[in-house]
Design a protein around this ligand. Structure first.
Ligand code: NAD
Length: 383
């Protein structure tokens, strides 16, 4: 049974879904692997490395798709590639399910499509398949380096004979996986860090990393809601949003670096930094908007562009930071995919010579959660 690896659009994506190391793991499980020539090039994995790991190289995406039972991808398939799909094929990738406009096409083709972002994250057996965490962790780290690169002063305090250099003041808004890694990285570089999140439980994590918690007042009712959402974001009241804007405004007026990471699965990212606040920021300060690709936390941010406001504030619309660390993010993503693919294999039974078979089962809590199309139906509930 073949697993295919297709190439992403390399103008916007440098990662690859399966690495040579992952090819070896898949072959051990009994799969054959075919990869589109050049698919790993931008992540520094040449065709020769895949061949050495036991993969076949195909010259086109269509060739990979027509040969494979399972097609792995980083992002959604290009429209022309969906044309080559046939009934019973499986597609696995980060498919941006709530914005994906091809679900009807996948269903019409009879493909079973698994969107890795929909993983039930609290399930302990699913944690090694958590692509959001594996990619966000790297992105949080790299966001700080991007900010340091854009900033025209250093992060640490320096005592020099020419004078004392003050440490950079960094504010992190949204303290999930990416935000926590950003705090840790900024602290390692010697910055003074403040952070906020609408989940009050994040306070302890911020403080344990040496950051200062920026507290937004919360009604008793909201505090209850925040607790009951099991650690995930909740919809804040108008009053909370207003109070949060005031806290953000005050903190950013003194900040040198701001990293925003706030996302809401299936919806546009919340707007956390408004134009009026940007106008109060110091010339030369830098904002990295990690939610630029899903609507933006920062007013005026543009995906994949860096803009400078009239008062000299630089806003980096960092829509796809994991792609900037393509080698490492591909390694972790490929491991996540191999772990998920392992769950698709039917139990071997008593016949040791029986060939590899799949058990696609919508009753399985992981498969059922990830499948956005199956049996010619779109299964994704609207948000
Ligand atoms: P995310 O990328 O969806 O969002 C980033 C952060 O932004 C989150 O902490 C969220 O609370 C925050 N946020 C959203 N809207 C906001 C707003 N209006 N104002 C301020 N902050 C806002 O988050 P994530 O990194 O994917 O993590 C989400 C949650 O999942 C966290 O609680 C994390 O600890 C949890 N998680 C659990 C597991 C697990 O149990 N295995 C694994 C990974 C993450």
């Amino acid at each position: 049974m073949k697993i295919g690896v297709i190439s992403a659009d390399i103008t916007s994506e440098s990662r690859v879904a399966i690495t040579p190391d992952a090819v070896k793991k898949l072959r051990k499980l009994g799969f054959e692997v075919v990869i589109q020539s050049g698919a790993g090039q931008a992540a520094y994995y040449a065709d020769e490395l895949y061949q050495a790991a036991g993969a076949d190289i195909a010259s086109s995406r269509t060739e990979v798709i027509t040969q494979s039972k399972i097609i792995t991808t980083v992002n959604d398939l290009p429209a022309e590639a969906t044309e080559s799909l046939s009934s019973g094929q499986i597609v696995i990738g980060m498919l941006d399910p709530y914005r994906n406009t091809q679900l009807d096409t996948y269903a019409a083709k009879g493909a079973t499509v698994f969107a890795m972002e929909l993983l039930p994250r609290t399930l302990s057996r699913a944690q090694n398949m958590d692509v959001l965490s594996s990619q966000a962790n790297l992105a949080g780290y790299k966001a700080v380096l991007l900010a340091a690169n854009e900033y025209s002063r250093p992060f640490p305090m320096f005592m020099t004979s020419a004078g004392t250099v003050k440490p950079a003041k960094v504010v992190i808004l949204g303290v999930g996986v990416a935000g926590l890694q950003a705090i840790a990285t900024a602290k390692r570089l010697g910055a003074v860090v403040e952070a906020s999140d609408l989940r009050p439980t994040a306070r302890e994590q911020v403080e344990s990393l040496g950051g200062k918690w920026l507290d937004v007042p919360m009604s008793a009712e909201e505090a209850e809601t925040a607790k009951s959402t099991g650690g995930y974001a909740w919809t804040p009241s108008e009053q909370y949003v207003k109070d949060q804007a005031a806290v953000v405004d005050k903190a950013l007026s003194n900040a040198d670096i701001v990293i925003t990471t706030a996302q809401i699965p299936g919806r546009n990212a919340p707007r956390l930094v408004h134009g009026a606040t940007l106008a109060k920021m110091k010339a030369g300060s830098v904002l990295i908007d990690m939610a630029a690709g899903t609507g933006g936390n920062v007013e005026g941010s543009v995906p994949n562009e860096t803009i400078t406001t009239d008062n000299g504030v630089r806003i980096v619309g960092a829509a796809n930071i994991p792609s900037m660390l393509a080698a490492q993010s591909s390694d972790l993503y490929a491991n996540n995919l191999v772990n998920f693919i392992t769950t698709l294999i039917a139990p071997a039974g008593d016949d040791a010579s029986a060939s590899l078979a799949l058990n696609v089962d919508m009753e399985d809590e992981i498969q059922g959660a990830l499948a956005v199309t199956h049996d010619s139906q779109v299964r994704l509930a609207k948000r």
